[in-house]
Every structure is written in C-alpha cells, then in structure tokens.
Design a protein around this ligand. Sequence first.
Ligand code: ZN
Length: 428
Amino acid sequence: MPDAILLDRLRAAVDAAFDEEVRFLQELVRFPSLRGAEAPLQDWMHRQLGAWGYAMDRFSLADVPLASHPKAAPMVDADPARSVQVVAAHRAANPTGRSLILQGHIDVVPEGPAAMWTHPPYAGVVRDGWLYGRGAHDMKAGVAAMVFAMDAIRAAGLEPAADVYLQTVTEEESTGNGALATLLRGYRAEAALIPEPTGHTITRAQTGTVWFRLKVRGVPVHVMVAQDGTNAIMSAYALIQALYAHTKTLNQAARANAWYGAMQDPIKFNPGIIRGGDWASSTPAWCEVDCRIGLVPGTTPEEAMRAVEQVVKDAARGDAFLANNPPEVVFHGFQTDPYVLEPGSEAEAVLAAAHAAVHGGEMPARLSTAVNDTRYYGLYMGVPGLCYGPKGEGAHGFDERTSLADLKTCTLTIAAFIADWCGVREAG
Ligand code: ZN
C-alpha cells in the first residue's frame, strides 16, 4: 500500500488539478468520436500529451499487420487507415519498478435522437456534480482519470520508476482491433489497467461477443397480390424469433457455468440495426439485420458463430422460399473470447490496496455481460488485465453522465496504484 505521506502528496496534486481535469474531460466529450471519426480526437490527444513531455506514437490500423493475427476481427463497415491509435510513453531511466499499460477507448456509440437528451450529447455540460454527454461515462472519464493520475505523480514532484504507456484506442465498441493494434505495434508491460466505468469495482469476468449480419431476400410484388410474393422483413422477423429461442436455450445451459451460473440470463442477444424494403406498397425484396450475441467463459466465438449459422439454417428450412434462398450470415465485427481475471495476481492485490487506501474497505468484484479490451492482455499477452474505473450511468443510452466526485477518487486511486506498482522517485 502507498504510505500515508505519499498518498497525501498525490491527493493534494489530484485536488489542485481537478478543475483542469474536468475541462479536459469536457474537451474529450466535445469530439463526436464515433466509429470512423476518431482521428480528430486522437490528433488532439497526440498534441496534448506530446506537450506534456511524453514520447508520442501515432499510427493507424493499416500500419500494423492486423490481417495476419488470428484474433483480428473483420471490419466490414470501417476503414482501418482512418482508425488512429495513440500511445504516450513515459520511459524511466534505469527502471527499477514494474511496467504498466494504462489504456482507454475513445470511440463512442451513436447518440440516437438528440431531442431525447436533456443536454446536447456533445456539449460536455456540468450540472450538480455530473458531467453529461455521449462517452462521458463510457469511457472518456476513465481516459481523463488515467491521464491525470500520471499528471498528479508529476505535479507531486515524482516520476514512475518504470515504463508507463498511456494508450488511447479505437474499435473497442465494434471489434477490439484498436487494442490489438497496440500489441502488434510492440507495446508490452507487466500489467494493464483499463479504467472502464466500473464504479470502483474490479471486473472478475466478462462474456465474449459476436456480431453478425443477417441478409434475407424476398420476392417483390405489388402488395395487392402479396400472396404471390414473399416479405423479406417478415422472414427476418422469424429468424430473430428463432435467435431469441436459441438464446433462451443457451442461458439455460449457462446455469451450470462456473462464473455465470448464479446470474439470470448472462447471454444477451440483440438485433440492433434493421434495414430493408424499398416501398410501402411492395413486398420487400431484401432485409438486413445487424445482431450481437454473447458467450460465457468455457465457450469460444467459433462455437457461437457455428451455432448462429445452424439456427438460421434450421429456421430457413421451415420456410418454402427461404429453404431455396437461404439467408446469408456475415460476421462483420466482434469475435471476442470471454475472459476471466483469475484472482490472486500481484497486480490486483496492489490495485485493491490502492482502492482500500482511498475508499476504505475491500475492492468489490463484478461480472460483466459485455466485453472490454482487457482480454488482449490476459489471454494473449499473459499479464493481468485489470478493468477498474469511475462511476456514472447511461452507457449507450440518453443522458449518459459521469459523477465528478467519483472521477476524483478514481484518479487518486489510479495514481496510488501507479505509484505502488511502478514505484516512484523524486523527479530530477
Ligand atoms: Zn467502454
């Protein structure tokens, strides 16, 4: 645990810079960093952190051999060359401590109808101790926390005694290829912390995720003779029903799962986007549905994908038209392994001590029914991937917001964690 004097120095530094941290987070929120449009924010981040003295690296997904990696996910609707990653390195002279990757995603999901928001989604409005906006909670607050945790160490007159990499990545909400790209670029450390907004809990396990697109055809006729055609939208609807039934079966089997057995319905299926048809008085000739399904530890994305294909095949067999015109299943994004952070790592113990020093008491654990990027570190790099961060609400919904009081305590917790994990020295 960081000693009391050191913690006081860090606390004073976090407090002194907190107004600046809030302004920094507002700036982050004001970039509508939707998929494919993250570069302006990444360019800004590159300039900011460069000005603060970090050694900077900026590269796109086209600059790394993504396609050759077995865990790269398909990017059907996005251009790798436009997907910019940024790494800011603190390189310690004669390192004596343990190295660390601090990573956050800066991509956000679409905000939906602006009229449904109390405050404009990209304004960064602060009201009654909350900062509002798309991404304020998931996870630009965490990005601000990790940047200002490092800044607090510097402002306290100290520096980490090991290499620390601050990484801002894209594609967390669609493939995970941004995080994977930093590995392919060569970045390594002895632990990774990703401050997703977990409300000061450690993520013990996460489910995997698979994205797929159903492409369904129909026979277009004038609706006055609808009986002579087929309706691709209604055919897609039948497939969606079959996939819900499949999910129910999967959740029954998940009751025996070592990690998720006690949770009601840990596997979530979601038809998230639907497109189709050309005219209200023509039976639709086509329909596409973008879907997402989860998978629990002990199963693989490949198994989940084969099962989806089978469900669609079986459902199509029962339909006269679809039996001869089988729907296509295109895997167009996430193909994510579930990940369990095995208890007992030294990195988790150090984080738990930092949490206890700031919040008092044990660091609670949670199970997530979605993915985060820690899996790359835990599964493919062999170091603990810690997912722990600030507190807010409304992820992917309206009036998304982060609690500023919790942002401050989280920043201090991360600073204390860095100080203890990496060690600190008086800055020269
Ligand atoms: Zn997130």
